[in-house]
Design a binder for this molecule. Sequence first.
Ligand SMILES: *Cc1c(COP(=O)(O)O)cnc(C)c1O
Length: 356
Amino acid sequence: MITTGQKIAIERTKASRLPQTDLENIKFGRVFSDHMLVMDYVDGAWKAPAIVPFGEMQMSPATLVLHYSQTIFEGLKAYRNAHGGINLIRPHDNIKRMNHSAHRMCMPQIPEDVFLEAMTELVKLDQEWIPKDEDASLYIRPFMFASDAYIGVRPSDSYRFIIFTCPVRGYYSEPVRVKIETKYSRAFPGGTGETKCGGNYAAALYPAKLGQDEGYHQLVWTDGLSHKYVEESGTMNVFFNIDGTLVTPGLDGTILRGITRDSIIRIAQDEGVRVEERQVSVEEIEVAARNGRLLSAFGAGTAATIAHIQSIAFDDAVYELPDVSKRELANRIGKRMDDIRRGRMADPYGWVVPVV
Ligand SMILES: *Cc1c(COP(=O)(O)O)cnc(C)c1O
């Protein structure tokens, strides 16, 4: 076991790719910073973590993860703040959630202090990769996978934990068109819906592709038993503004416990907005949309923060939502989150963890 304060060994790249990288034009998730952190779990213990140049890895074709998908991930961002420093937002919540996923997938817990130090050191080292302008940030991708070269179906004995980072810009520039999915399921009670495990996303590809073929950006999943209740969308939780009340599906084990979701709820409540976490039926959304009481809807997640929903399709009907410029509530909450992240406003919640 690693003890607190142990220095992480750093092997610096001999040739930074930054000079050849056009940070003005980056596509989400395709540009990788110079370094990554690697830590292996072998013989029941984590070995010392090391930061090394980002690059390819060799592995056996029999590596367990390639067959049975014993793998989990996280996603969070580092932001440049108004004072020349860099902030992480709620990293402890991501670390806890990763360990929660690890538990469900029979994978080892990652010591929280090591995890945080690893992220901090990596972001510090590659801080020049964070573009200086306002809508940019550094996406941090920690993940862990089963690394035994063995094709029996059982939990792996060895694991590899990696963190790499990507400079990113706004995720969805346009408001999204979504379709409520009532045939396929993403999650069901007792399953892995609230786990960020690879298999969840692989299983969602086909229904999402069918939706895209019909012209929708994203699906809004419904519960796997009755398909009557809304759950979440893509890699985002969903919110509906019904007559000024912010309504979002409650966390029942099938929905990812989004940290952005939680931040939005806190900020909204502190601004005096009524928030309801409960079952939200498709019927309720339809009725509200028809009566003009559905003032807005949006997805919430680290990648996009707030992704406005333009229209919601269900069966043969498509409900268009009011113009984005009128979405005062979501825009106000989004701005407040941004002000906290960028250090333009005091952080009353203890979310900001400065890196430098
Ligand atoms: C990651 C994710 C979210 C959003 O979580 P954040 O912590 O806000 O980034 C929501 N739904 C799913 C399925 C996810 O994978």
